[in-house]
Write a protein that binds this ligand. Structure first.
Ligand code: HEM
Ligand code: HEM
Length: 219
């Protein structure tokens, strides 16, 4: 006799996530750390890390359609109703199993991915936009200032000064893309804090060391 099929929603959680989920998770974490802490905003390393992040996110999203059952979107649908039910469950001290992210975690995952998508789209648009489309550029005032004090100086010296000023001031007043990019980055930081708090909370509540499932090691 075969055992009755367990519905995916209530099947036991993965002992280990599959290698693609693990790899994309930690690559995305690395890219965010690199662009948030190390690369200079808008520099070519920033943009290259950005493209790597975009490719990794795309891979994870494709995996959400063709990957193993627990990695698929169908295993963790974005459902506020289920998330509320999950909150009630927490309040009542009940615990049910989820083959993938729990319903609250699922909402967080989609929120993080959507925010990353906004960051990627605005970043790519800025990276490919002509300078003036990014917002009023610092160059004209710098060039003006240089023109006023330009007696007895070579034109390339003036150019250098203008460049230095632009470097110090970034791209001057921010264009709408940069505003959206930055706001999304700040939102992402809030989501990440909540995500890590959620992981700690779930580890304590369930007694399962869910971080282990995301670390290298056999499934
Ligand atoms: C999650 C990863 C990322 C973080 C933490 C991040 C962070 C930032 C921040 C804080 C700025 C300054 C925004 C401002 O001017 O106020 C910036 C600018 C910029 N970012 Fe990102 N970024 C990320 C991803 C990307 C991606 C994916 C791309 C494109 C492939 C990108 C391209 C750019 C460009 C071109 C600018 C220059 C904006 C300007 O000209 O002022 N970024 N980034
Ligand atoms: C930049 C910071 C981070 C971001 C953007 C992030 C994002 C994500 C995303 C999108 C997922 C869903 C994975 C998938 O289905 O592909 C996830 C899951 C997970 N993350 Fe993170 N994460 C970050 C940092 C961390 C850290 C520092 C830890 C460890 C303390 C961690 C532990 C986990 C765990 C355990 C899961 C699986 C949760 C579950 O069992 O449902 N994450 N994270």
């Amino acid at each position: 006799m075969t055992a009755p099929a367990v519905p995916l929603e209530t099947a036991p959680p993965p002992r280990r996530w599959d290698p693609v989920v693990k790899l994309t998770h930690w690559t995305i974490v690395g890219a965010i750390l690199a662009n948030g802490l190390i690369t200079e905003e808008g520099s070519s390393p920033h943009v290259w890390v950005g493209y790597a992040l975009a490719a990794t996110l795309a891979l994870r999203l494709i995996w959400g359609v063709i990957g193993p059952a627990e990695a698929r979107f169908t295993a963790f649908p974005p459902s506020p109703a289920r998330a509320l039910a999950h909150l009630r469950e927490i309040a009542q001290g009940r615990r049910s199993q989820h083959a993938s992210h729990n319903p609250l975690g699922a909402l967080m995952v989609y929120a993080i991915w959507s925010t990353l998508a906004v960051i990627v789209v605005t970043g790519v648009l800025m990276a490919n936009a002509p300078a003036e489309a990014k917002g009023p550029v610092a160059a004209p005032p710098a060039a003006e200032a240089a023109a006023v004090h330009s007696e007895a100086r070579e034109p390339d010296e003036i150019g250098e000064e203008a460049e230095e000023q632009e470097g110090a001031e970034g791209h001057g007043e921010e264009g709408p893309l940069a505003e959206v990019h930055e706001t999304a980055v700040n939102l992402l930081y809030v989501l990440i804090l909540l995500h890590i708090a959620g992981v700690v909370f779930e580890t304590r509540r369930s007694g399962r060391r869910i971080v282990l499932a995301m670390l290298p090691g056999r499934r």
